[in-house]
Design a protein around this ligand. Sequence first.
Ligand code: MG
Length: 385
Amino acid sequence: MSGSGLAVYAADDVRSRGRRYPEPPPQYRSEFQRDRDRIIHSNAFRRLAYKTQVFVNHEGDLFRTRVTHSIEVAQIGRSIARALALNETLSEAIALAHDLGHTPFGHAGQDALNECMRDYGGFEHNLQSLRTVDELEERYALFPGLNLTFECREGILKHCAVSKARELGELGERFVQRRQPGLEAQLANLADEIAYNNHDVDDGIRAGLITLEEVAQVPLVQRQFDEVMHLYPDLQGRRRVHETVRRMVNVVVIDVIESSLARLQAAGPHDIEAVRSLGAPLIGMSEAMRAQHLELKQFLREQVYRHQRVLRMTTKAKRVLSALFTAFMDEIKLMPAEHRDQAQRAEQREGIAGRARTVADYVAGMTDRYAILEYRRLFDPAERT
Ligand code: MG
């Protein structure tokens, strides 16, 4: 433990690797609090309210959106960070920012845009989250983007192909050298998986795609379901679902805390650089829990994400995004003037790939409902333009 109550291997803003554009330190806030505050005030964060996780925004008000998903990730991440004496504020900031680059319509949108961008460097939502905080947000006089700390940016960039990583300088080094990010970044990544695995059970049941009894065939769910039925044999409906799901989150979180503590004690890193130089992450589930978690993920893939009703929606979503991309790519003047000018400048600088990247930025930034509206305005002759 250091004087701040943080473990020696936690990220500490006094020893941060800093921001791309140096700034005076904030008053009454830590550097990571400033990161978090900038993320919350960004345009991209507000747009998450109208972006889908699995279900399209208009299907119902109770389903998770990207913003409620991000808040759940932050909540799980903060609990684990605090238990491990890691930097809770940094975990929260990374969690709130991790999906800022997501396209409309969840993974279907990302796949469609990646396909559209195949000849122009591809599209990956992690890289886009980083691009959003580094370049696309326009808020400050002295720098583009939000100028976040290195530690927050390394957490946002969860995955990266080595070829891309080489273009990213200091931030990409770890993918080339196969090193690890700080523990708060490892934690936010895991909290993301825990959050969606569990909330997608809840949303899947709410949508009527699966029943609690069906998902209780998966061992991770079964133990919790059996306990709930043993304690409250007459419990029905929403309460029975919630009592089960909250126990699922709890056992996974406790497993992560205990397994990670054991690994931290065994490895004994003396600072964040020692954590970064290791060959494998230290934050994680036990082997047994990981296997069970994967089983649940597999169940969700087959029974929820590939459910006929979801497939019908995702197929439509892909068609909408491809059509928008192609229309703007063929005629950049169809975009608002600001984006058209950006596309022109990017094309002068980088050729056709520059134009494509600007179009992808515009399409990726759309909310579900804006994308649907734009599609109608562009393709439905009866609609006002
Ligand atoms: Mg996520």
